[in-house]
Design a protein around this ligand. Structure first.
Ligand SMILES: NC(=O)c1ccc[n+]([C@@H]2O[C@H](COP(=O)([O-])OP(=O)(O)OC[C@H]3O[C@@H](n4cnc5c(N)ncnc54)[C@H](OP(=O)(O)O)[C@@H]3O)[C@@H](O)[C@H]2O)c1
Length: 222
């Protein structure tokens, strides 16, 4: 039977590529977005309205019957508490309410390791101030920690560093941040899509950057 997945944040840069990759893999997508009319159009994509300020009950109603949930939303620093932090938690609670086990989370590098945030500060875009970056990390730390410690979900957390709009290479590096500090969005999206095929990624936090290994081989090796 065709798998059905829910994507939260479906008009985003990563989400738009992710949805195309999922459809290519014969997966039906229910695409949750604040502006559903802006979701990429495809016969296997049903766009629905979701706002992360909504209640857990309303979010759960939208996600009923799905095989997996992707959280790829984010507020670009404008609404960290209600979107990146509590919004993510509410989606996790809604998934559990619906009996959906598989949960794939787009996070950011070292979100669960505050002692390494100084290291990342050296490679972030200069437009971001130290406080903005730390506030963002705190929101992601809160969401990732809740997922790992307070849910029974079959989660995978993907933590890339800087997203870039360069062309994807189909090759990545996993759990080794020495090679590169950037990630083409296309590669992040393809990695997220492929994670669904690899049950060995369940209960794993995966650090990624661009690299030399084909995405499938990198995931299979976890
Ligand atoms: N930028 C980086 O270098 C970087 C690095 C590592 C990880 N990440 C993570 O990757 C995520 C996705 O990146 P991206 O570039 O694809 O982000 P993006 O283009 O800004 O997309 C974010 C999506 O979240 C949605 N959203 C925001 N607030 C919402 C709310 N209250 N309710 C529902 N949807 C909401 C946005 O919808 P609207 O269009 O309606 O605003 C948009 O669809 C980021 O949020 C971040 O957590 C980013």
């Amino acid at each position: 039977m065709t798998k059905k997945v829910f994507v939260v944040g479906s008009t985003g840069r990563v989400a738009t590529e992710l949805i195309k990759d999922l459809v290519k893999a014969d997966i039906d997508v229910k695409a949750g977005a604040r502006h559903p009319e802006r979701v990429v159009k495809n016969e296997h994509v049903e766009a629905v309205k979701i706002d992360l300020h909504d209640s857990v009950e309303n979010i759960a109603k939208l996600m009923q019957g799905m095989d997996a949930v992707y959280f790829v939303a984010g507020s670009r620093g404008r609404d960290l508490l209600q979107t990146d932090a509590m919004g993510a938690v509410k989606v996790m609670q809604a998934a559990e309410k619906d009996g959906i086990k598989r949960f794939i989370m787009l996070s950011s590098l070292y979100a669960l390791e505050p002692e390494k945030w100084e290291e990342v500060l050296s490679i972030i875009p200069s437009s971001e101030t130290r406080d903005e970056f730390t506030n963002y990390n705190i929101a992601k730390f809160f969401a990732d920690t809740y997922l790992v410690s307070n849910t029974n979900l079959d989660y995978t957390i993907l933590q890339p560093s800087n997203l870039s709009e360069e062309a994807g290479t189909g090759r990545i590096s996993i759990n080794d941040q020495r090679k590169s500090s950037s990630n083409p969005i296309a590669d992040v999206a393809q990695t997220l899509a492929d994670i669904l095929n690899y049950d060995n990624t369940i209960h794993q936090v995966i650090l990624m950057s661009s690299g030399d290994e084909p995405i499938d081989e990198a995931l299979a090796s976890i």
